[in-house]
Design a protein around this ligand. Structure first.
Ligand code: ATP
Length: 353
């Protein structure tokens, strides 16, 4: 059941289509991220939902009500921006209570709701502190508590974690998801960080140049990216241009003279194709033991796994190997790369076959 919908929503600034023909349907309790590079229209979309920007055309509904032209304060949505501007002269508890005071909620109920909310965001002991006495992560949790305490139908988050350092950011991703799960508030988050979108969301909306090009569960986005842009923007992807040849139940892609076994495809022999494969679908062997030989040009140790850039006749190929406590290969070493043919995905190259 759709709770929040956008139907054919457009936003033009003069000639520029910041958001174009957007259709989106969000279920109650869902966590949806808007993901895309700078300028693709994520924030404009969020602001139209918030009522801060008026659509040029189209319709937005909330729980069956047309809110397209409703004032932001009538929508009553919770909003957390990147610069989570807490009131500096108010304590944590006063910051969180603010929205309830505005709504003339009685003192006793207010105190209970503020206390419950601070417990939820794990800040129960910090009610009397001032924002300057808090860490970045704690401040961000106050901002989330302040937005949620009014029990908004929808929580809107615009790059809420981008001011935090990497480790804290990861912790807050878990926190945000935990808090959202326990209150069940329908949530829309803008982010340009694909790992963040994948790890937190029920569904991810990818935006490219004002359009929504894929709306999918994170694992589907990763496994079945709808556009070449998404395949390289979400996770890492090796992409090779070649010629496709049928080969019994599988296929073969010829790349710079190297013959690479691939998935089968319904294409004419000799078609120009793009072959793509994720780094973690590749295996590193000793030279001569794989399907393609190459030299390790560089390698990076990332704790849980290694990344290798391997120079091959088909170009530089990125291979990811899990860390099993030993070094799989050194820089300069000659190696063989192997894969299951079905994991080398084929699509006709742009510009025809
Ligand atoms: P970022 O991640 O950089 O914030 P974004 O995906 O959120 O990017 P938007 O802020 O939605 O992108 O902007 C989409 C496009 O609309 C951009 O090309 C931007 O320059 C343009 N734009 C946004 N607001 C206005 C405005 N008030 N007047 C004119 N153009 C605007």
């Amino acid at each position: 059941m759709a709770f929040l919908t956008l139907e054919q929503v457009n936003k033009f600034y003069g000639e520029l289509a910041a958001v174009r023909d957007v259709d989106l349907s969000v279920a109650k309790g869902e966590f949806v991220s808007l993901l895309g590079p700078s300028g693709c229209g994520k924030t404009t979309t969020l602001q139209m939902i918030a009522g801060l920007v008026e659509p040029t055309s189209g319709r937005i509904t909330l729980d069956g009500r047309d809110i397209t032209h409703e004032k932001p304060n009538r929508r009553g949505l919770g909003i957390v921006f990147q610069s989570y501007a807490l009131f500096p002269h108010m304590t944590v508890a006063q910051n969180v209570a603010f929205g309830l005071e505005m709504r003339k909620v009685q003192r006793a109920e207010r105190d209970t709701r503020v206390a419950d909310m601070l417990a939820l965001v794990h800040l129960a002991g910090m009610a009397d502190r001032y924002p300057r006495q808090l860490s970045g992560g704690q401040r961000q949790r106050v901002a989330i508590a302040r937005a949620l305490v009014i029990e908004p139908p929808v929580l809107l988050l615009d790059e809420p974690l981008s001011n935090l350092d990497a480790k804290l950011r990861e912790e807050m991703q878990f926190e945000l998801r935990r808090i959202q799960r326990s209150v069940g508030t329908t949530t829309i988050m803008v982010t340009h960080d694909q790992a963040e979108a994948l790890s937190i969301s029920d569904r991810v909306v990818v935006m490219e140049a004002g359009c929504m090009t894929q709306v999918d569960a994170p694992y589907r986005l990763y496994e079945k990216p709808a556009t070449p842009f998404i395949s390289s923007f979400v996770g890492r992807m090796n992409r090779l241009e070649g010629i496709w040849w049928p080969n019994g139940p599988i296929g073969t892609v010829e790349v710079a003279g190297a013959m690479l076994p691939s998935e089968a495809a319904d294409l004419p022999a000799g078609a120009a194709v793009t072959a793509s494969i994720r780094p973690e679908k590749l295996l590193l062997h000793k030279a001569g033991e794989g399907r393609l030989n190459g030299n390790v040009a560089s390698r990076f140790f990332l704790g849980g796994h290694w990344l290798f850039n391997v120079e091959t006749p088909a170009g530089v190929i990125v291979v990811s190997m899990p860390n099993h406590g030993e070094e799989p290969a050194r820089e300069g070493e000659r190696v063989g790369i192997d894969w299951a043919p079905a994991s080398l995905r084929i699509e006709a190259s742009a510009g025809g076959t």
